[in-house]
Design a protein around this ligand. Structure first.
Ligand SMILES: C[S@@+](CC[C@H](N)C(=O)[O-])C[C@H]1O[C@@H](n2cnc3c(N)ncnc32)[C@H](O)[C@@H]1O
Length: 427
């Protein structure tokens, strides 16, 4: 009689005392496999293996191999089935398995009560749909940011970083140096760190170095000691050097910046932004950072734009998350010294001769300085003229114009103060 075909399963299992790891494997018998894990010699009674996900598949070897291939950089060691774990990655593994053409059905295994299992937290940023609110509601509820203590959202990091050609990152060491913690869960990991860990292989990174800052507010719940997390290929480790506080200007951080870093990438504290820009720009390294959108008209930063040491990145950042994980309104923008290719926002620059600019979008202030609005730029106009800061963020300085002064220009019309603008001139 022909032997009935054995069922095939893929599982994700985790030990209670190893929350930063999980094992992804295959078996014909889920119950027996779990018993095997829990009876391994040397395993402590408190270290209990539990399934996080199990499913039936048509060809377990193929699914397992495809997981190995897809997540090769997230494996602790090439030879073992141990994968880096946090809730974001866990979701990715499950989505991958469920979308595999060999996936049949999820199996729900009753876990024994009382046993401690690792809590799988929700995605850091639930979608507006998930929270059943509209963007308008969010913006109405949003509060103004008052301090440094807020998180960058994963989607904002992904949106900006995916704009750059992958060759930018190839064989590079990336340094995330403003409390870019790497914890056991998504909640305790900065979006910058997570993005680079998740895309380490895809971007062909050489190394990722992230630091945790031991400030007054421990945004990522990572303890009072500063640390340095390094991912060097498959090898991942954390160091807690004596007296290290994780500050970007700590001698050890400066040493990493100077000796190891190719690209700096983070959202630095607003309160230290001027020092941070100075340190980073003077290091001569490439950088991609978030800062206040108004920096283009702020005296502390404008000279960098004039000297062509910095320019706007692709996107603005309208929201962050506060420590309660609530959305807060923000006025951030990406800034960089990495080349911007075909900036999409050029399309908002309407460079036409002065007489083609509609009257309502051009006027002269009390000093007879031309002020243009609505994206209009007078082509062939030789004198300085004033534009809104947004025009600089849309790439005007890349179109043959420069700022003529390193401070905001405040026009007066009929003695009435107008909004602060930026004075520019055709080179
Ligand atoms: C805007 S938050 C961003 C946190 C994280 N990089 C992110 O993007 O989600 C700025 C962080 O920098 C930390 N910080 C403050 N002073 C710092 C310093 N001197 N060096 C490094 N980080 C600092 C703050 O505690 C805060 O966690």
């Amino acid at each position: 009689m022909a032997k009935s075909k054995e069922k095939q399963y893929i599982y994700i299992v985790q030990a209670t005392l190893e929350p930063a790891k999980c094992k992804i494997g295959k078996t014909n018998d889920l119950e027996r496999r779990l018993k095997e894990y829990n009876s391994m010699t040397g395993i402590s009674k408190d270290n209990i293996y539990q399934y996080l996900f199990t499913c039936e598949v048509k060809n377990m070897t193929q699914v397992e191999n495809d997981i190995k291939e897809k997540y090769s950089t997230l494996r602790e060691e090439k030879s073992k089935e141990i994968y880096f774990y946090n809730s974001y990655l866990f979701n990715q593994y499950v989505i991958f398995i469920k979308n595999h053409n060999m996936f049949l059905k999820e199996i729900f295994i009753k876990t024994e009560p009382k046993k401690q299992i690792v809590k799988i937290i929700k995605k850091t940023t639930p979608s507006l749909e998930e929270r059943e609110i509209s963007r308008k509601d969010v913006m109405q509820k949003a509060k103004k940011i008052k301090n440094d203590e807020f998180y960058t959202r994963y989607e904002d990091v992904e949106k900006e970083l995916s704009m750059y050609n992958k060759s930018v990152w190839k064989n590079k060491t990336v340094f995330c140096n403003c409390d870019d913690a790497v914890g056991d869960t998504e909640k305790s990991t900065s979006a910058f760190s997570l993005y680079f860990i998740n895309n380490f292989k895809e971007l062909k990174l050489k190394k990722l170095i992230c630091t945790h800052y031991s400030g007054v507010v421990d945004l990522f719940n990572q303890g009072a000691k500063g640390y340095i997390f390094t991912k060097d290929g498959f090898h991942e480790f954390k160091e807690y050097p004596d007296g290290y506080n994780g500050s970007f200007d700590h001698p050890l951080s400066l040493k990493i910046l100077k000796e190891e870093t190719d690209i700096v990438c983070t959202n630095p504290p607003f309160s230290r932004a001027a020092d941070y820009w100075k340190t980073t720009i003077e290091s001569g390294k490439k950088f991609l950072i978030i800062s206040n959108i108004t920096n283009v008209k702020n005296k502390a930063y404008m000279h960098y734009f004039i000297e062509n040491k910095v320019w706007a990145g692709y996107n603005r950042v309208d929201c962050f998350l506060n420590p309660k994980k609530e959305l807060v309104e923000a006025a951030g923008h990406w800034y960089t010294n990495i080349p911007i290719i075909n900036r999409p926002k050029y399309e908002y620059l309407k460079i036409v001769s002065l007489n083609k600019i509609p009257e309502k979008y051009k006027k002269y202030d009390d000093k007879k300085i031309l002020i243009v609005n609505d994206g209009y730029i007078p082509d062939g106009y030789k004198k300085p003229f004033a534009v809104s800061p947004r025009i600089i963020l849309n790439g005007l300085l890349e179109k043959g114009y420069n700022m003529t002064q390193d401070r905001e220009y405040v026009p007066y019309i009929n003695g009435k103060r107008c909004f602060g603008m930026v004075l520019v001139q055709k080179i």
